[in-house]
Design a protein around this ligand. Structure first.
Ligand code: SF4
Length: 384
């Protein structure tokens, strides 16, 4: 996943990464949870998207890996395993990270700007980026870790959000696809309560699974890793870029999700002009020129710890090439204070939203339009 706030939870430690008072400054707090039930039993959740296979094995059909899983073993993502002959969602209702975040932390700038979301992350991942900033949870084993996490049922997540005056929920830090049953149930509960829902995803899932979860997802923050298969393969376990792109496009076109795209720019791996232009063109061609594109800064992590952080000038080059490709909203991410975090009106050029740390000011916006020239700024949750 693209860098978000790093989950402090480490393999071998039992604490959940949890919000809680004082909510505005608790982003990295490991305070004992007050709502999640430490030591409680999570419901054993039979997983969706499975097929019986020969010799007592079960095939998981949730994502294109199509893992063939033996009894008491897990798939590549480690979040789904076979127990007593059934595919089980091993991480259901066991979040490893429970955090209050600004929605802008998800690289969602045109969706309820200035609000905060309950951010939930769990164990496991099916994309397995070599530079994952959240490797502590994305690579955790369900055998050693997950059962020690507190339980947070969907209705408890809603109560937690209401208690802390959060505007919605975001599934983030690890790949939400791998605990899709929980994402679905929590998102449905949030929608029922009139709160928004968002996922931060590389969209590496099969169509049936997307069609199951997308109806309860308002915002879909898509991670575009590279413009072609070779780039994806350098950075992740995904070999066919179209398998993810197609699902993200379907989320927008078939399910009407609000989509923003983020590309984490990694030195030597996807930072050349051809890669930057290629990604920008994909955003224009597949999602449309009004789609916000975030070029975010890579920081050395995990298997890519030997690389330097992305130079700012490379990100600024990405910004330039994105605009040249026809994108109307291009942002630089993971660089606090950079002026390219602000929104400028694509017609008159005035700054209309200033994203300070942590305050977001919509001083040039009226009813979702540019206050100066009336241009539609394509903001969801503003002036509706
Ligand atoms: S979701 Fe996990 S278990 Fe299922 S196919 Fe993908 S990697 Fe394998």
């Amino acid at each position: 996943m693209s860098p978000g706030p790093k989950a402090p939870h480490r393999v071998g430690e039992s604490n959940v990464h949890c919000i809680l008072p004082p909510i505005m400054s608790a982003r990295r707090s490991t305070t004992t949870p007050t709502t999640a039930q430490t030591g409680a039993k999570a419901p054993v959740k039979e997983a969706l998207f499975s097929e019986a296979a020969d010799h007592g094995k079960v095939r998981c059909t949730l994502c294109p890996h199509l893992c063939l899983i033996n009894e008491n073993d897990e798939g590549i993502c480690k979040a789904r395993g076979v127990r007593a002959g059934r595919l089980v969602a091993l991480t259901y209702a066991r979040p490893a990270s429970i955090v209050s975040d600004e929605i802008e932390k998800k690289s969602l700038f045109h969706f309820y700007p200035g609000t905060r979301a309950l951010s939930l992350g769990g164990h496991g991942c099916n994309v397995l980026c070599s530079g994952c900033p959240n490797w502590q949870i994305s690579h955790a084993s369900p055998h050693t870790e997950t059962t020690r996490l507190p339980v947070l049922l969907p209705e408890e997540a809603v109560a937690m959000a209401n208690k802390h005056k959060l505007a919605g929920v975001a599934f983030t830090y690890n790949e939400p696809v791998v605990w899709i049953e929980y994402v679905h149930d929590v998102a449905a509960a949030f929608k029922e309560a009139g709160l928004y829902t968002a996922i931060v995803t590389a969209a590496f899932l099969n169509e049936e699974a997307l069609d199951y979860v997308a109806p309860v997802v308002d915002a879909f923050r898509y991670d575009l890793k590279a413009p072609e298969n070779a780039g994806w393969a350098r950075l992740t376990r995904v070999k066919d870029a179209e398998q993810t792109l197609g699902m993200a496009v379907r989320a927008k076109e078939v399910h009407g999700c609000h989509v923003e795209v983020a590309s984490n720019i990694v030195p030597d791996l996807n930072d050349d002009d051809a890669s930057l232009t290629g990604m920008a063109r994909l955003v224009v061609d597949r999602f449309g020129p009004d789609t916000p594109w975030h070029v975010t800064r890579f920081l050395p992590e995990f298997e890519l710890s030997y690389l330097p952080a992305t130079p700012i000038k490379t990100l600024e080059r990405g910004l330039e090439l994105g605009k040249k490709a026809g994108l109307r909203f291009v942002y630089i991410g993971n660089v606090p204070g950079h002026p390219a975090r602000d929104t400028t009106c694509p017609r008159c050029g005035r700054t209309v939203i200033r994203r300070g740390e942590p305050k977001v000011e919509l001083f040039g916006v009226r009813q979702g339009l540019c206050a100066a020239c009336g241009e539609d700024l394509l903001l969801v949750g503003v002036g509706e």
